[in-house]
Design a protein around this ligand. Structure first.
Ligand code: GLC
Ligand code: CA
Length: 559
C-alpha cells in the first residue's frame, strides 16, 4: 500500500460493527464474520464508505474483545484470518474501507507476553508490563490508583510477590510503553494489519499509554483514581509520533479515543500543520449532557450544555483540525433513549441524525443506530453481561443505596444497552441468530423495530440516514463548510454552515412542546432556500421561521 497522499478520511462516513452482536452466520448465538459478509451489501446501501470493527482478535472476553490475547489473529468466535481476508476483499470490492481497533494500552492477562511476564523479574517479558513491589512490606498496593472497572488498579501475584497495574479490568494488564521493545511490538502489529490491506485504526484509550514516572498517588475519586497521572501522560506525543511514522508509510487513517479531551488539548495532537500524530479524536464531552463524568451518574438531559460543547469543538477546530462525529458506540446507551424520546422515536431519531451528521467532521454510525434501536430494560443485575455494569452495581451496593435506585441507574447508563443483538427482522431472535438463544438478550421491541420493517417503510429512520448520508456526499458544504451556532431558545439547536457562497441552515428541536424558531432576516430569506431534509411532511415558513413540532428538524440549503 502506498504512502498517504490525500486527506480522504474527511469525505468518509463510517459504520461501526461490534462483532459479537452484529449478525450470527453459523448459528452458535454469537455474531461473526460470516454474518458480516452476508450484510456487506446492506452496509454499502447506507451510503457509508468504511467499517470500523471493534476487536475481532482472540480474547477471553473479560471486556468483550478489548482484552486481546493475540494481536495478529482472529477469534474463533468470529472466524479465521482467512475469512477476515475475504471480508476485507469483499469490502474493498464494494468501495468500503476497513478500520481495525488498535488496543495497545493493555493486553489480556492471557496474552503470551503476560504469561511470560508474570514468571518473574528475570523473564525477558517482565518489563513489558508495569510491575511494582507493594508498600508497607508488600501488604499494600504500590499506590492508591483505582481502576475504571473494578476497585483497585493493582493485582497481586503472590508467586513473585509483585503487583501489576491494570487501569481497566484485572484481565487487562497495562503495557509498559516506556519499554522500547513494547513500542517495537506495537509497530509490528500496525504493519501486520496494514500489510494485509486494512485502511486505518481506531486507537483505544490511546491517551492513557504514557504513565507519569514514579506512579505517584492520585487525587482520590470514587473510580479511576490516579487518572491525572496517565491521561495525556508525559511521553504520549513522542510515542504517537513513532507509531505515526510507520502508519504514514501506508495510506492509513487514524482516530484516537480520548477521554476527557478538550479542543485546546486536542489541537496538540491533531493540528494539521503542526505534525499531527492522529487524524482525529473521539472526545467524550458531548456524551455528558445527561450525566456527570460517568453514564451511571444520571442528570436530566441538558441541551444547553450539549450545544455549548458542539459549538466549542466545531469553532475551535475549524480550519485547523478535523472532528470525529458520533452519538453512539459500543460504550454508550442508545441515543434516542437519552437525548431524544422513545415516545417520539422516529421523529427524534431523525432529528438526532441530522443534528450531528450535518456538523463539520467525519460521521460514525453505530450498528442499530440507523434503525433507531433503543435501550433495553433488564430487571436484575444477573442479566447484564458487561464487567462495568456488574462492578458499578457492586460499588453502589457497597454504598447501601436502594436496589431499585441502583437498577434504574444501571439500566440507564449500562454499555449493555448498545450491545443487544442487531434487530434484522421480526423473526425469532430478531433474525440475529438461528440458535435457540443468542449470547445476550434481544430487545423485546424487535417485532416493531427491525431492519426489514424499516426497509419497507419509506418514512423510517433508516431511509432518513440514507438520504442524509447521500446529501453529505453530494454537497461539499456539509463536509467543508464553517460553523456558526444561532442564538435560539435553549431547547432548539440551530446552526449555519457556509461554503463557497452557499449556506446550510440546520434547525433541531430537543423538545416535545412547541418552540418558536426565527431566522434573522439578515441571514437570508428562508423562502428562497431549498428544504433538503425534514422529519415532518408539511413544512411552512412564516415570518422567516416556524413553530416546531415535537423533535422537529429541518435542513435548508441556500445556493
Ligand atoms: C475503550 C473501549 C471500551 C473498553 C476500554 C478498555 O474505552 O471503547 O470498550 O472497555 O477502552 O479497553
Ligand atoms: Ca456465530
Amino acid at each position: 500500500m502506498a504512502k498517504r497522499t490525500s486527506q480522504w478520511y474527511k469525505d468518509l462516513s463510517v459504520y461501526q460493527i461490534w462483532p459479537r452482536s452484529f449478525c450470527d452466520g453459523n448459528g452458535d448465538g454469537i455474531g461473526d464474520l460470516e454474518g458480516v459478509l452476508s450484510k456487506l451489501d446492506y452496509i454499502k446501501s447506507l451510503g457509508v464508505d468504511a467499517i470500523w470493527f471493534s476487536p475481532l482478535y482472540p480474547s477471553p472476553n473479560a471486556d468483550y474483545g478489548y482484552d486481546i490475547a493475540d494481536y495478529t489473529d482472529i477469534s474463533s468466535d468470529y472466524g479465521t484470518l482467512e475469512l477476515f481476508k475475504k471480508v476485507l476483499d469483499e469490502a474493498h470490492k464494494r468501495g468500503l474501507k476497513i478500520i481495525m481497533d488498535l488496543v495497545i494500552n493493555h493486553t489480556s492477562d492471557h496474552h503470551k507476553w503476560f504469561l511470560e511476564s508474570k514468571k518473574g523479574p528475570d523473564n525477558p517479558y517482565h518489563d513489558y508490563y508495569i510491575w511494582r513491589k507493594g508498600r508497607n512490606g508488600g501488604k499494600k498496593p504500590p499506590n492508591n490508583w483505582l481502576s475504571t472497572f473494578q476497585g483497585g488498579a493493582w493485582e497481586y501475584v503472590p508467586e513473585i510477590d509483585e503487583y501489576y497495574l491494570h487501569v481497566f479490568a484485572k484481565g487487562q494488564p497495562d503495557l509498559n510503553m516506556d519499554n522500547p521493545k513494547v513500542r517495537e511490538e506495537v509497530k509490528k502489529i500496525i504493519r501486520f494489519w496494514l500489510d494485509l490491506g486494512v485502511d486505518g485504526f481506531r486507537e483505544d484509550v490511546i491517551t492513557f499509554i504514557s504513565k507519569k514516572e514514579g506512579l505517584p498517588n492520585g487525587f482520590p475519586l470514587p473510580t479511576a483514581t490516579g487518572i491525572e497521572h496517565y491521561m495525556n501522560g508525559p511521553h504520549l506525543r513522542e510515542y504517537l509520533e513513532e507509531f505515526r511514522a510507520v502508519q504514514m508509510e501506508y495510506d492509513c487513517f487514524t482516530v484516537g479515543e480520548a477521554p476527557m479531551m478538550t479542543p485546546k488539548r486536542a489541537l496538540k495532537f491533531i493540528k494539521e500543520d503542526e505534525n499531527p500524530v492522529l487524524d482525529m479524536m473521539f472526545h467524550f464531552q458531548h456524551m455528558n449532557a445527561d450525566n456527570i463524568m460517568t453514564n451511571f451518574i444520571r442528570t436530566p438531559f441538558r441541551p444547553g450544555y450539549l450545544k455549548k460543547v458542539y459549538n466549542n469543538w466545531q469553532t475551535k477546530l475549524y480550519g485547523k483540525a478535523w472532528n470525529a462525529l458520533y452519538v453512539e458506540n459500543h460504550d454508550q446507551p442508545r441515543i434516542i433513549s437519552r437525548y431524544g424520546s422513545e415516545k417520539y422515536r422516529v421523529k427524534s431519531g431523525k432529528m438526532l441524525a441530522a443534528m450531528y451528521i450535518c456538523q463539520s467532521g467525519t460521521p460514525f454510525i453505530y450498528q442499530g443506530q440507523e434503525i433507531g434501536m433503543t435501550n433495553i430494560h433488564l430487571d436484575s443485575i444477573d442479566r447484564f453481561p458487561d464487567v462495568s455494569s456488574v462492578n458499578t452495581y457492586a460499588l453502589m451496593k457497597s454504598l447501601h443505596l436502594p436496589e431499585k435506585f441502583i437498577m434504574s441507574l444501571i439500566n440507564y447508563g449500562a454499555r449493555d444497552n448498545g450491545r443487544t443483538p442487531v434487530q434484522w427482522s421480526g423473526a425469532k431472535n430478531a433474525g440475529f441468530t438461528t440458535a435457540d438463544k443468542p449470547w445476550f438478550e434481544v430487545n423485546p421491541n424487535y417485532p416493531e423495530i427491525n431492519v426489514e420493517a424499516a426497509e419497507a417503510d419509506p418514512n423510517s429512520i433508516l431511509h432518513f440516514y440514507r438520504k442524509l448520508l447521500r446529501f453529505r456526499k453530494e454537497n461539499e458544504i456539509v463536509r467543508y463548510g464553517d460553523f456558526r451556532m444561532l442564538k435560539t431558545d435553549r431547547k432548539l439547536f440551530a446552526y449555519i454552515r457556509r461554503y463557497q457562497g452557499q449556506k446550510l441552515l440546520v434547525v433541531c428541536s430537543f423538545a416535545e412542546q412547541e418552540m418558536n424558531f426565527r431566522l434573522p432576516e439578515s441571514e437570508f430569506d428562508m423562502n428562497s432556500a431549498e428544504l433538503v431534509l425534514s422529519n415532518y411532511d408539511f413544512n411552512q415558513v412564516i415570518h422567516n421561521g416556524f413553530f416546531t413540532r415535537p423533535y422537529e428538524t429541518r435542513v435548508y440549503l441556500l445556493k
